[in-house]
Design a binder for this molecule. Sequence first.
Ligand code: SAM
Length: 292
Amino acid sequence: MPLPPAGAAIFQGAARILSGLLEARTGQILSEGRAWRMETALRPVLRAHGLQDIDDLAAMLLRKRDPRLDEDVVNALLNNESSFFRDLQIFDMIHRQILPRVQEHRQDRTLRIWSAGCSTGQEAYSLAIRLRNDTARWQGWRIEILATDISTAAIEQARAGIFSQMDVQRGLAVGDLIKWFEPHGEDWRASPDLRRMIDFRHDNLFDPRAPSGEYDLLLCRNVLLYFTPERRGDVLRLLARHSHAGSVLLLGAGETVIGQGDDFQSHPEFRGGYARKALTPDCAGGPMRRTA
Ligand SMILES: C[S@@+](CC[C@H](N)C(=O)[O-])C[C@H]1O[C@@H](n2cnc3c(N)ncnc32)[C@H](O)[C@@H]1O
């Protein structure tokens, strides 16, 4: 019998059914640390579906009477933690080093970015804000930002661009708040201009439909850590298929490609970034190629 992945909790009864559903749908493993929050996370789902407790919920899932229930459970169990300009130095590096390099080499004046596992959109909005604050530099450029996530609830919020006071206080400068957001009741809403810059799509990294062609910058931050090593390898292969010789991949602070397959290696120029392995000889200053 295969051993459970490191950090995975050994579940019994209802918890086993719920964590099994999450893993089957998203590839995510519930660690001990997150398992204890299961009941709390599911409370709104229990209430919405008129269920007593997680045993009741598990029994209902097994009866498969309500297709919306699976989706609600998965949405509730996913960790959608995010914030604007999360790890500020990464955004500074993107702005000061990575994007200027892309600009030097991209002859078709098209910048393509993919935020994979974008949650409620703060990462993509942070990128859009930096680009819009630098309009002169990007004059005449076509900018495409794709942002995908498996959580239907997170994508819905991201697309609406509505954030609470607490959300905007986490990482957003007051100047950017005033310039790019408008009051929306007690919340804030990203301006239509900003929202139009991002294509938010519901998508599964293990059954991807949204990405197309190659991206200059790929962010898959704080997503891989919830997968088994095999699944991480699958995601990195997917990201490699959508990269070219000059692409830069950025992961979360606690994540790495080391030991996760042969697709990427540490970027020779950008600290904490990764470059496609097979194509690295071209990438240090060579012309960028687009093949799709
Ligand atoms: C902790 S959040 C990270 C959000 C953002 N990248 C950041 O760093 O702030 C992880 C996101 O990965 C998404 N996710 C998990 N499994 C996924 C899958 N199989 N396909 C797409 N997204 C997934 C979750 O729904 C969640 O929104």
